[in-house]
Design a protein around this ligand. Structure first.
Ligand code: FAD
Length: 402
């Protein structure tokens, strides 16, 4: 390979670039990034940067010297707009044509918008540093924030907004926050934690429209209730950034669909991070994961497979891992939810604690922890080892009784 191009200059793209150089790739390396900032980390955007605990620069993923050591042509503020797999060229909005013989796609996701709602002052989504700083300015002005969607971003923003003194109402169609990930019991305990910090919930209801012509004045719920609001944060998930690949032969039915090696089909093209939907041999299933550690590991794995001879490529077999921090509560999940659930710790109250193992057909598939990090670490390792659910439960009980 002589010309490797990476599209998407964030976590997965950066790790791909670093791995290429670590593995000895010595050709040209071009990193095309739509954002004007050098690669930075997103988790603090809904946590320390939003609360003001960290200055924005602290989320930079690497220093200037480390970036320079990559010997990469880093094109910031440049949006890839097309891919020609026959001529092996990436085109950009400005008409630049970047040739490649190896390509890593790492354009991640963009936030899902509320359908039919035009942009206006006070209506926010959260994906970039600019989004976080704009939301922070709005929150510092005080008033009432309505959070649409009680997923991890919505709840982290609710927690940060409370620490800044805003009034917060979370609107969520499901009966409990983060229900898909946590289940109703633990989701309910999480709602109580937020209530204890002054957050109000409108559960089992959705938004029918946002009120206010030029700036947000309120929201109307689907049961007709009207809530006054000075700002709205829409946290209803994210969609893979595949628009620029329209017209290419890649399968973009759910992100970029790849095989177990993260290869996207046409020669020399790999995908990584929030964008990649790949076959995970560990679970025998196709998945697309929007988590930090997946993006970092997959970026590096895609780079290694790009450099490897076909027979030496390694399937990306991984245990997805995710964390969320809300107030002083830490939530961690590893693996996949399964049909079986074994609850081992259940503590309600101001410092909730839970540990749930999940399994399928008697095999451990996942572990969920709320404020139980040490036993979580123990059990997490057993997922990759394909332990039985019964053995994992015994190991957890033994650890907890020490
Ligand atoms: P992204 O980070 O989305 O980066 C993709 C990059 O590609 C972006 O810079 C984008 O501008 C660029 N791009 C897109 N289209 C183009 C184009 N056509 N041309 C050029 N460039 C393009 N995960 C956790 O596990 N724990 C957490 O606590 C956590 N907190 C989070 C909080 C927030 C607010 C957010 C938004 C995410 C959080 N995540 C968390 C998820 C984690 O940050 C993502 O999984 C990770 O950022 C994915 O990295 P990525 O490189 O695949 O994609």
């Amino acid at each position: 390979l002589r010309d490797v191009v990476i599209v998407g200059g964030s976590l997965a793209g950066l790790h791909a670039a670093e791995e290429l150089r670590t593995a000895g790739y010595d050709g040209t390396l071009t990193l095309v990034s739509a954002e004007r900032r050098a690669p930075y980390d997103r988790p603090p955007l809904s946590k320390q940067i939003l609360t003001g605990e960290w200055a924005p620069d602290r989320s930079a993923l690497r220093g200037a010297e480390e970036l320079a050591a990559l010997r990469a042509d880093v094109l910031l503020g440049v949006h890839a707009s097309g891919l020609d797999v026959t001529r092996r060229i990436v085109t950009t909005d400005e008409g630049l044509q970047v040739p490649y013989d190896g390509l890593v796609l790492a354009t991640g996701c963009t936030p899902r918008a509320l359908r039919g709602e035009a942009a206006r002052e006070g209506l926010h989504t959260l994906r970039t540093a600019e989004d976080s700083l704009a939301l922070r300015r709005t929150l510092l002005a005080g008033g009432h924030l309505v959070v649409v969607g009680a997923g991890f971003i919505g709840l982290e923003v609710a927690a940060a907004a409370r620490t800044l003194g805003a009034h917060v109402t979370v609107v969520e169609p499901a009966p409990a926050p983060m229900q898909a990930a946590l289940g109703q019991r633990i989701g309910g305990a999480l709602a109580d934690l937020h209530r204890a910090h002054g957050v109000k919930f409108a559960l089992g209801r959705g938004i029918s429209r946002v009120l206010g012509a030029h700036r947000v004045e309120g929201v109307e719920l689907d049961d007709g209730t009207v809530l006054d609001a000075d700002a709205v944060l829409v946290g209803i998930g994210a969609v893979p950034a595949t628009g620029w690949l329209a017209g290419s032969p890649l399968d973009t039915s759910n992100g970029v669909v790849c095989d177990a090696h993260l290869a996207a089909g046409p020669p020399g093209i790999y995908a990584a991070g929030d964008l990649a939907c790949w076959h995970n041999p560990l679970f025998g299933a196709r998945m697309r994961v929007e988590h930090w550690s997946n993006a970092a590991e997959q970026g590096a794995a895609a780079a290694r497979n790009l450099l490897a001879a076909p027979a030496e490529r390694v399937p990306f077999a991984s245990v997805p891992y995710f964390w969320s921090n809300q107030y002083d509560t830490s939530i961690q999940f590893a693996g996949r939810p399964g049909a079986q659930r074994v609850p081992l710790v259940e503590v309600d109250g101001p410092k909730p604690a839970f540990l749930v193992l999940t399994g399928d057909g008697g095999t451990l598939t996942g572990v969920l922890s709320v404020n139980s990090p040490r036993v979580f670490l123990r059990i997490r390792r057993l997922i990759k080892a394909r332990a039985t659910l019964a053995d994992a439960a015994d190991a957890a009980r033994a650890f907890l009784s020490r």
